[in-house]
Write a protein that binds this ligand. Sequence first.
Ligand code: SF4
Length: 413
Amino acid sequence: MRSKILVHICCAPDAIYFIKKLREEFPESEIIGYFYDPNIHPYEEYKLRYIETERICRELGIKLIEGEYDVEEWLEKVKGYEDEPERGKRCTICFDHRLTRSVKVAQELGCEYLTTTLLMSPKKSIPQLKRAGEEATKGTNVKFLALDYRKGGGTQEMFRLSKERDIYQQDYCGCIYGLFKQKDTPVQWDLVSFRGRRPGSKEERLFIKEIRLEAETLGLPVREYEFPFLNWKVLEGKIEVNKEVIPSYVLPYSAPIRGIAKGRVEHVNGDKLFLNKQNVRIILKKPFGDLPLREATTLVNPTFIVPYEYKKKLLSEKITATLKTEFMPEKSEVLIIGNPEAEELLGIPADTLQDGRGVEKDKVLGFIEENLERIKKRSLAVALLGAESLGRSGSRFIRDYLGRDVELILEWG
Ligand code: SF4
């Protein structure tokens, strides 16, 4: 009978080379993947790492089981060790927790061996993992395999394989405590869950990865491109009339307001109202909703979009506005489904507006399925465009990088 090996998988970059090597070393064994990582925060990051693992397990032809995301239990276990450095006591508890659960699954599945892709991670201590694995399997009929595939250029090969497959490469180990210690950029945005898929967010990236997985299932060629763009975010903003906060969105690339702007409308141009303080501008909109920025721009007046029915009130009363915004260089992505040199290149925004409107996954997949033959025959390619609502950043990248113009076929709605 073939022996069975359960591989605890922490992420796709660590798994790709590790599992390939494992298969070479144990050609007769059945390999099963087990993604059990309740240590990963936030949940969108967890999903992103899981979906990439699903993609590579499919490529490697191995079964993948997703464990429970029991984050509260994990947090309870590491309580009191929040400030430990990487490779310290918190990491030992984290390994114990994940490997102990993995042993149970290995026993249920009748696996003789257990190993973990954590052994591949350059920042992890192999002796520390070996101890955790041996402790977790003690007294059971499961044997822990402490394999060192990093040596002999393994780490470099792992990075090469990951890059070749556009695998998402995280920049911190996984937990909230590591996030604060290991990242050299401000982390607050990593912990925010956005409504919809804001430009450059984890939600936007997850959407792109999900579509990629589906496109690959349909047998279509895909290619991902990462590009930098200048992101813009609202930290705080509101507009009040007589102490009543009125519904509003802030127009992308609005300049911040110094302190509080208190004033009255001094000029009207159609649906635009201009205040006599700090160049504040109000756009009246019916139906009420956010607007995409169709062209790249520099800073614009601090601009609020408000429902049209507030016009009378805004014209007759004193207005108070506050707004804090932030610009920061970030990265987004473009996914091309089909051949990038196909006769026609049509685009779909991957991001959503601030009000959450965007193209749904089913709509994108429906369009791809309807045009499957054209995509296969290279007469059409579809570009899923990240950060498109901020000055058509995705389309501009395609024009610059591939020298092609993209026509949008589906918009934010
Ligand atoms: S740094 Fe990594 S290994 Fe250590 S506790 Fe956090 S997630 Fe676990």
